[in-house]
Structures are given as structure tokens and as C-alpha cells.
Ligand binder design. Sequence first.
Ligand code: ADP
Ligand code: MG
Length: 280
Amino acid sequence: MRDRQAFERAKDLQAVIFDKTGTLTEGRFGVTDIVGFNHSEDELLQIAASLEARSEHPIAAAIVEEAEKRGFGLTEVEEFRAIPGKGVEGIVNGRRYMVVSPGYIRELGIKTDESVEKLKQQGKTVVFILKNGEVSGVIALADRIRPESREAISKLKAIGIKCMMLTGDNRFVAKWVAEELGLDDYFAEVLPHEKAEKVKEVQQKYVTAMVGDGVNDAPALAQADVGIAIGAGTDVAVETADIVLVRNDPRDVAAIVELSRKTYSKFHGLSAWSHPQFEK
Ligand code: ADP
Ligand code: MG
């Protein structure tokens, strides 16, 4: 507990917004499909992994791991740059490559083909590899819902709290997770700088907590009435949050609310009972 007043506010919570990746899901992706357009699968994976070796995103870790599993060495990258919530770019073998989100592809006005839509509809996270601005392939990845998430949501709903999810990932993945967990609402394809705005929107209606791991969501944690960080998350999450879940267990969010409610009613009960002289 880093902020006692936030803990007191927890008794009044009406909504909890969870970040998806690394919070409701394990945040450990695995590569499931590689589709190359005039590039071999192996070539694509090797280039993507070379770029992603410089990124800290869970998607990056999965792509690098897959390349290692296939015994590929990494190629040198120049002018590397991370684009938060969108992907990475850099120069490999003299050509400019990017590994980016579907949202970024849409921003560029590039149409994607049927095979990509199919992968998304399977609830997979899809990233695009661009070479000199043209799509040369896609990599699909899958994450797992944390086994504790289901109970975490049903416990909160049982005590009258609305449960929502915020994610930069595509809307099909978001829909799949939301349905699996019985969430009341979700927001997909939200860019990092928009996450705090979304929290603000929900706050117009409800006293709101945000739960995240700090990867792109630290401003949202700071904006919420109660900011709750997954302990295994980033240092910035732990520094920004009011409360840190040291066991990394989303079920502890309901425990916090219950503890806050009990503490509050106990203080009131006690003061009336043991100090009747103070009661007017
Ligand atoms: P979430 O909200 O689920 O935690 P992020 O905001 O971290 O997701 O990322 C949103 C999307 O941006 C990812 O689903 C992916 O498409 C893209 N992205 C972010 N970082 C990377 C990366 N290092 N490589 C490829 N794609 C990335
Ligand atoms: Mg995240």
C-alpha cells in the first residue's frame, strides 16, 4: 500500500478497468503463425527478431524466443526506434523494416488481405512486417488468459463493481477475452496516450480503479481514483501506483475493496461503541 487515502477510496469503487496484456492475460505470447508475402517464413522471422531484440514488449520477447528456438542468429540493426503502442522500426541489411500493429497499418491506409482477418478472428494478436513501407508478412501470436482472472472478475461483479478492459490490441482479441471473462465492457486498439483519457471518461460515471503492469499504461494508473500495479510489472508501474499486488494475483483487487470496506466500517463502529462520550 503506497497511498493510504487511495486505500480508503477503494471502499467506494464502482468500476475497475484492467489492462489486458500482462494483467488479465499472462503476457507471455507464443508465435502461432508466420505468413510471408514474397519472403520466406524464416527470413521474416529472422528480420523481425533482430528488430525486436531491442524492444521490451512481451510481443518482442515471443518473436525473439521463436527465432532462438529455430537456431537463427540476429542481424545488426541501425537506427532502431520503438514507437510506443505501435511497434518498432530500424534498418536491417540496408532496408528499412517495421514490425507494427494493425492500427498503424490502418493509419498508413494499407488494406490487408483475408488471411490476416482470419488470424485476427481466431483471437490472435497480429503484427505486420513492413519493408520500405510495404507489407512483406505477418506474425500471429497468442497469449493465455491467467487462470485467476475469471475468479477475479466474478468476485468483483458479485460485490457490485463493473469490470472493464483496456487494450492496445485488436478488437477481436479484446472481444474474445471480454467474453471469456464476462466483462461488462472493453475498449480495444487504444493507443498508450489515449489510455488515461479512457479512464477519465469512465470516471465521469464511476469511481474507478485501473489495474496494469506499467507497459504503456502508467499514465492511466496515475489518472485513476485508485491505481493498482501488478507487482511483477515494470518499475514505473510500481512507482506510479497507489497499491501494488505483490502476489501478481488479480483476485487481490476484490480483496482490497473488501478490506477497505471492512476497515472503514470497523473504525466507525468502534468509535461509536468505545467512545460514546464523543457521540453528540
Ligand atoms: P496492451 O494494451 O494489450 O498492453 P500495447 O499498448 O502494449 O498493448 O500494444 C498495442 C499493440 O501495439 C500490440 O498489440 C502490437 O500490435 C503493437 N506493438 C507494441 N509494441 C510492439 C512491438 N515491440 N512489436 C510489435 N508490435 C508492437
Ligand atoms: Mg500492457
